[in-house]
Design a protein around this ligand. Sequence first.
Ligand code: TYM
Length: 334
Amino acid sequence: KPRILSGIQPTGDLHLGNYLGAIRNWVELQETYQCFLFMADLHAITVPHDPTRLAENTYQVAATYIASGIDLENATIFVQSHVKAHTELAWMFNCITPLNWLERMIQFKEKAVKQGENVSVGLLDYPVLQAADILLYEPDQVPVGEDQKQHLELTRDIAGRVNHLFGKEDAPILKVPQPLIRPDGARVMSLADGTRKMSKSDPAELSRINLTDSADLIKKKIKKCKTDPARGLEFDNPERPECHNLLTLYMLLSSKTKEAVAAECREMGWGQFKPLLTETTIEALRPIQTKYQELMDDRAYLESVLRDGREKAETVANSTLAKVKAALGYSTPL
Ligand code: TYM
């Protein structure tokens, strides 16, 4: 089977963007692909974090993967910081990655503005660690949301550079993976502004729907979300970003086709559409929430999943790391 790898930072509640842009696609892909999925807890400390929440958030993300339908027969779920090869390979990549490749990363520039004087070296180095996360597992595809596109390009560039500097033409050291960005759901937008992406770090709680939100809270958020005064609802009108975003959410959560949704909603007003979207969202999330709660109540089970995951991940990761170290000329540890 071909392989995919992806991860999410355990930095707070996961939202519909994380689900529709990433997790939901993994669930679909697991039929065809062997999956390596992890919690990026090393990335989670690149901006100031709360040490009392980190471990708990990590378990929550693991429970969300499984509750969303990730099947442990096909998938390995593990914690990034448990597999030491990630940091070790990241160091080696640091030494072959030109600084200016990192300075032009859009996410770095955006987050750095918010951190001001306190921006950490880790934040700049974030995509190098991500390259190590990916290349260790030699995946064919990396399924992510649109915002990760530039990081995936950098990963491919780093792999190419290692192969070029230390490999032979016919025997590359690292496999160069492809990003897998589905057009629908790859960029779920804020409920408060259809031109900004839905984000964990947006201070406005009403701007996103979290996967653990209660029915009442979902109702309230959709009731208050930004709309427009135009009559009828439509996709793909650049003047109506909120309308496009909300129809897309409805389409994905109801599993209807775009044509069906366009026809169904063409004549609708917001007063009719909002309750429909509310009901659909609540129904789509209900089974995930039930399963999530069961998993969160069974810590011993989650621990056993992560223990197995770590073991399987280490086997693959350590073998790639050994290959890179040999190519760089390191002596064997005695
Ligand atoms: P994170 O936690 O920021 O995002 C996790 C995943 O959710 C997607 N995503 C979205 N998709 C659609 N619409 C949105 N509004 C939205 N917001 C977030 C992201 O694209 C991502 O797929 N750097 C990664 C974590 C990571 C990683 C990796 C991913 C670390 N190492 C190796 C893949 C492979 C990230 O941004 O996580």
